[in-house]
Design a protein around this ligand. Sequence first.
Ligand code: SF4
Ligand code: SF4
Length: 404
Amino acid sequence: MQDKRILAKVALLECDRYNLEDIEKKLREGLELLGGERFIRQLVPPGSSVFLKPNLMCSEPAGSHVITHYIIFEAVVRVLKDYTSHISFGDGHSFADSVRIAERAGLMEIAKRYGVSFDDLKDSLQVKISDALLCHGLEVARAPYEADVLISLPKLKTHALAFLTGAIKNQFGCIPGLQKSAWHARAKDPSHFNKMLLDLNTVMGTRFAILDGITAMDGNGPKNGNPFPLHALIMGACITAVDSVAARLIGYNNPLEVPVLRDAHQNCWGAVLEDEIQVLGSRIDILKAVGFKLARQENGLVNVAPSLLERFIDSSLLRCALRDTIVPNPVLIPEKCKGCRRCSDVCPQKPDVINFIKKRDSVLPHWNLNKCIRCFCCQEFCPEGAIEVRYSKLGKMINAIKRR
Ligand code: SF4
Ligand code: SF4
């Protein structure tokens, strides 16, 4: 008899290389574990339109560990072609040409070969959310919203703001263009940002996720971290469950340490806890990463979200006084900086936060932390990996106390 608490099933498949035949086989194996033909027919009813949302966050060469691998995309298309011919895909960007990004990533050539259409997610519409956690209305990209089935194809990476980016965060690309920066500015409290992400997934109706963790990213993610051979494909219809399994695989003993999963759990948005999720296929303890550098991890200290710290420090006066000391900050690695000013361009608080100051022969960014909202867009989009997210000494001490 099934455990009454099981709310979601997740297929975890071991896969150690990006080989098309191997991955297609693993995908079919995962779908079989989740319910086979009946499950797939419910997921993709005959004649339905499917939109694939890979993570193409920036211009990277095909096979880069920063973006969803093109072989995953091709394998998914090959499987879906058995059920529908109406497949499209896309990702949206605030500052870059989405077509060129998809071409360089290798997805566009595959799409053309299989008759899959592309959308740059610029065309948008305003939608209402009746059972919202935070946003009763959102502007979203039309193509994934209007598709019958939205399937997320995220990449498993560390993320300075979200701790990990996977099946939930991937749909942030469905917020059109510059609205993404606007949301960072509007949802300054990380918990508000998380609720917006959950509302976004509610309204988009994200139906299924296939998380590319064959080569994941650790360290200074989501763009400038290191490739990590995790050898895992994680699939499921419940995106919180998929991310929860991913969190446990990369080293979070408790998935509630990941802020968006904690917010999802507190609001009964989806399955998050270990005993709510049935993991099929491989076992987490067998594939669990050894030596994975979590986001914001320094000197053996692990993450505590600002909201947790704020709960820890009860006095609001003390909280105000200490806020800039206890939350992590963007920190420049001067020798890596090329002075391109991208950090300032993407900052939702511009022009107030990042100023460029001449120092000897170079002009380097300088942060006014009193006005910084810690969205870490500057760290995310620095093309040189010249920005890291670090706690101050006091912040590290408080984290250490909190973890005991
Ligand atoms: S984006 Fe990076 S390289 Fe460019 S100015 Fe900012 S810190 Fe320097
Ligand atoms: S300086 Fe960086 S972290 Fe601060 S608000 Fe701007 S983009 Fe966000």
